[in-house]
Design a protein around this ligand. Sequence first.
Ligand code: HOZ
Length: 441
Amino acid sequence: MHNPGIMKYPNSEKLFERAKEHIPGGVNSPARAFRAVGGTPLFMKRAQGAYMYDEDGNELIDYIGSWGPMILGHSYPAVVDAVQKAAAGSTSFGTPTELEIHMAERVCGMVPGLNKVRMTNSGTEACMSTIRVARGYTGRDKIIKFEGCYHGHGDSFLIKAGSGALTLGHPSSPGVTAGTAKDTLTADFNNLDSVRQLLEQNSGEVAAVILEPVAGNMGCVPPRDGFLEGLRRLCDEHGALLIFDEVMCGFRIARGGAVERYGVQPDLMAYGKVIGAGMPVGAFGGHTEVMSVVAPDGPVYQAGTLSGNPVAMSAGLALLTELDEHPEIYGDLEKQSASLADGLMDVFERHDITVAANRVGSMLGFFFCEGPVRGFDDVSRTDTEFFARFFHGMLEEGVYLPPSAYEAWFVSHCHDGDVIRKTIDAADRVLPNLNQTRSVR
Ligand code: HOZ
């Protein structure tokens, strides 16, 4: 495996050694551990706009954006201001606040068909809650998810999961009981027949079909034409609920996320970090009728001391208000992201690299294999060793990509022409030094 030139990151190196003493693997989430690319994870000190600055003072163009929420870039002034003001009023009350009403009104106003919403503290919690609600509403136990989709680390979802679980080679985690695993059925993304078969084989038993409408945890994989519409039809035919996990694509690929962009109405939606502008927030919601089963209105219990936390709500509201009131941002994101994808594809072609690209708005995926890439089987053909060399080459050029071939790249509004040009130039300098040796199909 390529050695990243550790001498350039002595402070991160020292911090990583210390971190490993008391933190499993030295990290608080495996997706940031660099296990798939080798070397030492960089420890960040601050970030501004499109750039992060590590503990060694390196300036890095950021394509993670905290895995989605930095749509307007890091340290966006309105967000920073809102957090400071809210914290001065108290970091938590454990009582209702008016802020929560503003947040609920804002998100319900942005997403078509979202009538009632409950705040949580993470996307994981939000997704776990959607399936509990679906089970409570339908009186059924089983769910269908898709191979390579990741819905956080709830037990029911760690079956053929994407993101860090896939990266580390444990898509189905030990520790999930056989009883739980048997209620999770897995289908192939973009393959309606696989869903139809499962629904027929488990007739009357499936509570919900859950998916990332734009898969972002096996790189970026968009839905094929008709896929989401087909799922809607199948769910209606079989009395199952359709759940969109919009933790990464919500409020990013359009003001109303995938629901707006693709015009397909799910029964329940789950959101995450974007709603908190990077603070620990999630949310789930849907039609009033389905949400009426949620406690205290109904019997399906769901709770959280910190849910609707004032600091997190203030940060998220500042971001969502900007997005809601300046829809031109989405046009800018589209153009900036297209220019990055096109520029990089030109460079890859010039250097004779076999690569396939997917893009939906400001979410991108590059796969070092022949395209098209439409599902997990395609994704798994990507040359992960080449990606690791490319990742480190780019890092040494000051470009921070997600440290796994199975994660999406995120572009922010601050990734202007200059940032994109620097990224493309970096790839142009890096690629001649890398051999794409493994045979790519
Ligand atoms: N959904 C995020 C990226 N795939 C998760 C990041 C993490 O687990 O730390």
